[in-house]
Design a protein around this ligand. Structure first.
Ligand SMILES: Cc1cc2nc3c(=O)[nH]c(=O)nc-3n(C[C@H](O)[C@H](O)[C@H](O)COP(=O)(O)OP(=O)(O)OC[C@H]3O[C@@H](n4cnc5c(N)ncnc54)[C@H](O)[C@@H]3O)c2cc1C
Length: 415
């Protein structure tokens, strides 16, 4: 039984789209802090969906309330993109728990003292399991063991052995972790043996959209800083006209070009992420099974786009912000150089953007006989048909039509 205070799956019952937009403010204020808090949701969801009643009872409430934090402990020095090669091992004990041994690297929030406990979700291979991704299981490994009555017990043998010296995101502890260096790291199996990767994908899909939201927040902040600066910085006369007095740089065509590029990318990214989040809301409330499936198809095919495209463009936007600030943009006196350093990681973690591209072209496109792609194209075509009724949009519509046709040709070649 779950504790009565937790209404699992409901939370505040606010729409996901609202959540994503609100996240924008929080991440924009402090992306590093949200690295720790943001993983709780995914960790909670995965325990909620696949955990035993006992695991739910012990961990869920404190994870969801933020009393404890969660991590995803996947990466090892020899395996990042290809998790099938991981070597952390797990051996079953007589009491049903598992003893884990191995080393993880790059674990966000792997250790910190902001929360009372840290619940690590660790990928490891059970002794004798098949090689490759088919032999990976998922374990709940708490920093402090949790007693049957919910109180904290003794420390587990999972320790931070170092903090990575990163290019940015300095407020987020990215840790190397040793599991079982004293032979005493124990955890419990989550879900079925050897199904760890597929369960982890549930968390990763959410995390991928959160990374998109991180990138959007950096881009949006960078744009607003640049806009504000361009309105205040006086430099040189306008290109034409008799008055040769210096003006605010926002009046210079090249600066306007940069600002408008940043604005259009940022608004496009926001719309895309909001759209994906609204699909999640529509899926939840829909009672028609085909409709539900259609929404899920759209979410799945758009997730690598919401991560890959958004993060690539966000780096471009933050880069342009440095340019708008000129030399000051390159100094730490102004905030945009930090945004450029911070946003850079978003194209790398949660599956590099190269891996997202392969997921889109190699996997999602072919799924269900290209059914996901066809649902997406139909959605775009329906929107296009509505837009074509508005005269002032006709030029834009024909550009979108050309792009859609090109997309279909590419898909046909790959499908
Ligand atoms: C700040 C930070 C926080 C992180 N947080 C976490 C965390 O909380 N938990 C966690 O488990 N991990 C975390 N990571 C690790 C991160 O997810 C990995 O770094 C990432 O998945 C890439 O793995 P890798 O570094 O081993 O690169 P590699 O896998 O070695 O990739 C190197 C390059 O090769 C390309 N490549 C690899 N395989 C292929 C292929 N088959 N085809 C084409 N190209 C390929 C990649 O796209 C990339 O460009 C974090 C990393 C950082 C830097």
């Amino acid at each position: 039984m779950l504790p009565a205070r937790i209404r699992i799956g409901e939370g505040r019952a606010s729409p996901h789209a609202l959540h994503v937009m609100a996240q924008n403010y929080l991440i924009g204020a402090n992306m590093s802090l949200l690295m720790v808090a943001g993983l709780n949701q995914g960790a909670g969801r995965i325990i909620e969906q696949f955990g035993s009643d006992k695991q739910k009872e012990l961990y869920l409430e404190n994870i969801y309330t933020g009393q404890w934090s969660g991590t995803m402990a996947l990466t090892e020095s020899e395996c990042g993109s290809n998790l099938g090669d991981l070597s952390t091992s797990a051996v079953k004990n007589e009491d049903g728990t598992f003893s884990l041994t191995g080393n993880k690297i790059f674990i966000s929030g792997g250790d910190q003292d902001m929360t009372e406990n840290i619940i690590h979700l660790v990928l490891a291979r059970i002794a004798g399991a098949p090689e490759g991704s088919r032999g990976i299981s998922l374990f709940v490994v708490p920093k402090f063991h949790v007693n049957a009555d919910g109180s904290l017990g003794k420390g587990n043998d999972i320790v931070c052995t170092g903090i990575e010296e990163k290019m940015g995101l300095h407020g987020s502890p990215t840790c190397s972790m040793a599991l079982g260096s004293k032979g005493k790291c124990t955890g419990t199996l989550l879900g079925e043996e050897n199904k760890g990767l597929s369960m982890m994908f549930l968390m990763m899909n959410e995390a991928r959209l959160m990374v998109g939201a991180q990138a959007l927040s950096c881009a949006s902040s960078a744009y607003l800083y640049a806009l504000d600066y361009a309105r205040q910085r006086i430099q040189g006369p306008p290109p034409a006209g008799k008055d040769r007095a210096s003006v605010a740089i926002i009046n210079h065509p090249d600066v306007r070009r940069m600002l408008l590029t940043m604005k259009s990318y940022t608004e496009g990214m926001r719309s895309l992420l909001c759209y994906i989040a609204s699909l999640e809301d529509k899926k939840r409330v829909s009672v028609d099974s085909r409709e539900k499936e259609r929404y899920q198809n759209l979410i799945e095919i758009l997730t690598p786009v919401g991560k890959g495209y958004v993060t690539d463009r966000a780096v471009d936007v933050c880069n342009l912000a440095v340019q708008v600030f000129g030399g000051y943009g390159y100094t730490s006196e102004y905030p945009v150089e930090q945004l450029l350093r911070d946003v850079r990681i978003t194209t790398i973690y949660e599956g590099t953007n190269g891996i997202q591209a392969m997921d889109l072209l190699g996997r999602k496109l072919q799924m269900k006989n290209m059914g996901l792609f066809l649902d997406l194209i139909n959605e775009i075509k329906n929107t296009l048909a509505e837009a074509q009724m508005i005269n002032s949009l006709s030029a834009l519509c024909s550009r979108v039509e050309t792009a859609v046709n090109m997309l279909c040709q590419v898909a046909e070649k790959n499908g």
